[in-house]
Ligand binder design. Structure first.
Ligand code: UD1
Length: 367
């Protein structure tokens, strides 16, 4: 099909958790003759190890458009993405906009598309934590209410959308796209042996990632977390891949020195996708407040302690290896895992590495 008759599909990527969702979809769409995927990077994440490393690992090309919005308050960041993305749409109006996940860039680009009358599709639609203090929950609700096509990862997603009156015709269950990225790079991940570089034995260490404002912006909570991690590290080495926000807060609250001097704690920079998953797949346990890692650990059947009061991914608790824990109970959870007292994961429908193909089929049917 000649290029000028191809549907132009904007795929929006903004921050770290978007990149592994965007990559399988981009690769699947670029092989289709009826469309041209156009990669738009908002620049919400901009550090080499928060962005460039992921583009490289996931074999993504340079973005067609880079908005370079960087950090700011929620209003600043959302507003800057909207202004910059609207300009792109005026100059290169796409036929569809695809947004993924729940970050500020997801919301901002969905708003721009919807207001310009460009159809918007949301990949990872319908997830709800029920917690409106989470900026991501607001982003999810608004994005889902203005997107025309809602691709859900699990039945709870469909149910949340139906409960607010979204017609069945707009909801398509496609499964979990993150796991497509894992399958796409499985060989490289299995060859990564990141634990060796850190001097650790496979199956004998934990991995920690914490970045939610609710955990790291509160000095009291972060102090409790550092305390519990330090005690748990006496029994299980812990690799703490600290997000820039967390590093900043550890410094602000004078906790950095203590953490970095604790035996058994390996404080490292955030890693690229392949190295990180290479570390996770051989871990004994994970302690996190991330969304995606709750899913990856269930897929890999690795115990996951999620330091949150709620989750928008309940299937990882009902059918998976994920358990919600308060900061004070982290050490006890680690002990349970070491004692072998932790649930095993069941196979979850459509978490199979074939989600991108289902998304492509759904999009084609709607164009
Ligand atoms: C964002 C997303 C969150 C996602 C997380 C993954 C929203 C509302 N939040 O939160 O859903 O789970 O990304 O990482 O969209 N910073 C850097 N370098 C970077 C990026 C950020 O130094 O490349 C610093 C910023 O200056 C800021 C802090 O990290 O001080 C937080 O960044 P921000 O993008 O605002 O939010 P996240 O906490 O990363």
């Amino acid at each position: 099909m000649p290029e000028n008759t191809q549907a132009q599909i904007h795929i929006i990527a903004g921050a770290r958790p978007n990149f592994m969702k965007v990559a399988p979809l981009f690769h699947a769409l670029k092989d289709e003759s009826w469309c041209r995927p156009v990669l738009v990077h908002t620049g919400q994440h901009y550090d080499v190890n928060m962005s460039d490393a992921f583009f490289k690992d996931l074999q993504l090309p340079e973005p067609d458009h880079h908005l370079e919005v960087r950090s700011g308050t929620h209003a600043e960041q959302t507003g800057r993405v909207m202004m910059a993305y609207e300009k792109i749409c005026f100059e290169h109006r796409p036929d569809w906009v695809i947004v993924v996940g729940d970050i500020n860039s997801t919301l901002a680009c969905a708003l721009v598309g919807a207001k310009l009358g460009i159809p918007v599709a949301h990949l990872e639609a319908g997830l709800r934590s029920g917690d409106l203090t989470m900026p991501e929950e607001i982003n999810r609700i608004v994005t889902d209410s203005i997107a025309q096509l809602l691709w859900t990862p699990s039945p709870d997603g469909d149910e949340h959308l139906k409960a607010v009156g979204v017609p069945d015709s707009r909801i398509v269950r496609v499964g979990n796209i993150m796991l497509d990225a894992y399958e796409m790079l499985r060989e490289k991940i299995e060859g990564a042996a990141t634990y060796e570089k850190l001097g650790l034995e496979p199956g004998n260490y934990g991995v920690v990632t914490l970045h939610r404002p609710s955990n790291v912006d509160d000095a009291e909570k972060l102090t409790i977390l550092v305390d519990r991690l330090a005690s748990a590290a006496e029994r299980c080495d812990l690799v703490f891949a600290a997000h820039p926000r967390t590093r900043q807060k550890l410094n602000d609250f004078n906790l950095m020195k203590r953490l970095s001097k604790t035996p058994g704690i390996h404080l490292v920079e955030p890693m690229g996708y392949v190295d990180f998953m290479g570390l996770v797949r051989k871990a004994k346990l994970i302690i996190t407040d991330s969304g995606g890692i709750q899913e990856e650990t269930t897929y890999l059947n690795i115990p996951c302690v999620t330091v949150r009061d709620n989750t928008e991914r309940p299937v990882t608790v009902t059918d998976g290896t994920n358990r919600l824990t308060s900061p004070a109970d982290v050490e006890a959870a680690v002990d349970k895992i070491i004692g072998g007292d932790w649930p095993k994961a069941k196979k979850i429908d459509m978490w199979d590495g074939k989600t991108a193909a289902r998304v492509v089929a759904s999009l084609k049917a709607h164009i």
